[in-house]
Design a protein around this ligand. Sequence first.
Ligand SMILES: [Zn+2]
Length: 358
Amino acid sequence: MILLLLLLCVQGNIARIIEKRQVFQRGPDHEQFKWPNNTVHYYFDDNLFDQSMSEAVLRAMELISTHTCIKFSTEPSDVMIRMESDPTQNFCYAEIGHVRPHQKFSFVSACYSSGAAAHELIHSLGFIHTHQRSDRDQYLDFKMNLEDMTPDMRDQYKIYEGQTLYVPYDYGSKNIRMTDTMGTEMLAFYDYLMINKYYECSCDTDLKCQNNGYPNPANCSQCNCPYGYGGDDCSRRAEPGQTVMATLEPQTVTIKLDAGFRNGDERQVDFIYSYLWIEAPANKSIVTRIELVSKEKCVPGCSRGGLEIKINDDDRLTSRRFCCGTGQFDRSFHSPTIVMAYNSVGLDEYIIHYRHDP
Ligand SMILES: [Zn+2]
């Protein structure tokens, strides 16, 4: 008997902080939960789906299908996702994997963004949350008591055994300020890689990708690059952006990122980005301090906009993000050190102070 699992993606603070997704395989039968031919069949239920939210869902499909071998199709099939909206709910959810005819995918306005839609689609592809990985307790100081939760909530936080972990635990940093980095509505480099590994997507190509990129199964003449890298082979800076050279003397650079929607609750369906490369002489670490000039966006995970300096040894991982409060110091041993600003609403302005160590 197939166990149907509904993964609620609750909009409450704690849930938002630690939501992410992860590989979930149900033992030897896990193959049956994969979508055949890497193709996800879906339809919008005309009676139940709020069409004003279709842009977010379609954009999420575009993001996934342009970085992986997954395709989304409205062609009829035995198993299809039924896209619906329940105005009485303030959460979104999806069933995990390829499970049954008209399987559930509920998307409501509280989740409106391409990242939130992608989160649910990744459940549909067969993945659970990162915080439910079998190695979770090595990375999180998990203080919630499962015994105090309703069964639905417990399903959100319990660890699932029998998983294959294709990618590293990506929450940014082991730093205890986890609310700065976790659960943002941005598809991580490792999310795409996880999908590609699970669905065995690859390219038969001589293309050599730089900086830990890999050939993109959706377009084998280009690489999937870690954030901050661009060009066909990830050897260049992603655009738009600028490159500066650190010196011993502190210098400053300003980053402004205007996503529009200055008033009201509306925001971009997707983030806009700007990249700064800070270069330094060989073997010199780079010290940065960020000042937030514009209005604070004190949202868990900096999920409306923020600034991330890639300081992890593995700069494919999400680093700590900054959108709130006073300055943040970081030290990086990468040259270039990548600073990524992203925004979905209003004008964000940062001053970056930077220098290299003696
Ligand atoms: Zn979820």
